[in-house]
Each structure stands twice: as structure tokens, then as C-alpha cells.
Design a protein around this ligand. Structure first.
Ligand code: FES
Length: 142
């Protein structure tokens, strides 16, 4: 029987396999073809918590929650965080990050690194998520 993994299953499988082999740290740096470091998370009660210590040396980070069907881009700009949902605002297709921004392969929209539309048919900028900061974590509200 043929079985195809969807993205979420694939990520769970590869993460679990890597953790089982003690390679979790390596997976963070070798994740996919992303030009950005990737942090894997698992949200709880509508929140993603990212330890502030892990953000100190980074500028832009791709947040990959194993229970979401999309990635989140976490940017640090002028001392503030900008958190972008990497779903196309045209028809919710998943976006691919690159050094100039984000591209949608379905109908060709592209967005700059701040989430503003560069090429349509998308007309709206990428959705931004709110956050708070507690003693130890950046807390993203989904
Ligand atoms: S869904 Fe992205 S351009 Fe249409």
C-alpha cells in the first residue's frame, strides 16, 4: 500500500527520527533549504514560547511548529519583533522564504522581507502575529 506523508507528518517523522538518534541540534541547523535558522516548536493553548536566550544571536528565524501547517518568520528589527505568518494572503498557499522575501508558487505573488506585497495577485501584506515577553520567553499568540 502506497502512503504519502503530508508536511506535518513528514516533519514529525524527521524530527522524531533525529531526536531518537541524538541529532536534534544538528536538525536545527540543517533544516531544509531555508536561508534562515529554523527553530522547531510545539504550541500549547494558542501560544508558542521561544526562549529569549535562543534569540540573542539571531536576526531572522524561521519558526516551524510541528502542529501548524505553515511556518512563521520571526524578525528582529529596531529592537522589536515582527512575526509574519508565511501563508499567502491571496489564497492561503504556503510561502517559500528567500533572502529577498517570500514567494508563493501557486499564482506567483511575492512579498518583501517585511511582508509587504511586491507582486500580486495578492493585495494584502502578510498577517502579523502579536507577542508578549515574559521573564524567559517570547510568547507568540496564534
Ligand atoms: S495563493 Fe499565492 S498567489 Fe495565489
Amino acid at each position: 500500500m502506497e502512503h504519502q506523508l503530508n508536511r506535518k507528518d513528514f516533519l514529525k517523522f524527521t524530527c522524531n527520527a533525529a531526536c531518537g538518534m541524538g541529532l536534534a541540534v544538528a536538525m536545527i541547523n540543517l533544516e531544509g533549504c531555508s536561508p534562515f535558522p529554523v527553530i522547531k516548536t510545539k504550541h500549547e493553548k494558542g501560544e508558542i514560547k521561544i526562549p529569549l536566550l535562543s534569540l540573542k544571536a539571531q536576526k531572522d528565524i524561521l519558526v516551524r511548529d510541528l502542529d501548524l501547517d505553515y511556518d512563521i518568520m520571526l524578525k528582529i528589527k529596531d529592537g522589536k519583533y515582527i512575526i509574519l505568518v508565511l501563508k499567502c494572503t491571496h489564497q492561503d498557499w504556503l510561502l517559500s522564504p528567500n533572502s529577498k522575501g517570500f514567494n508563493c508558487s501557486l499564482h506567483g505573488s511575492s512579498f518583501d522581507t517585511d511582508g509587504k506585497v511586491v507582486n500580486g495577485p495578492a493585495a494584502l501584506p502578510l498577517k502579523q502575529l502579536n507577542y508578549t515577553i515574559d521573564e524567559e520567553n517570547l510568547v507568540i499568540t496564534l
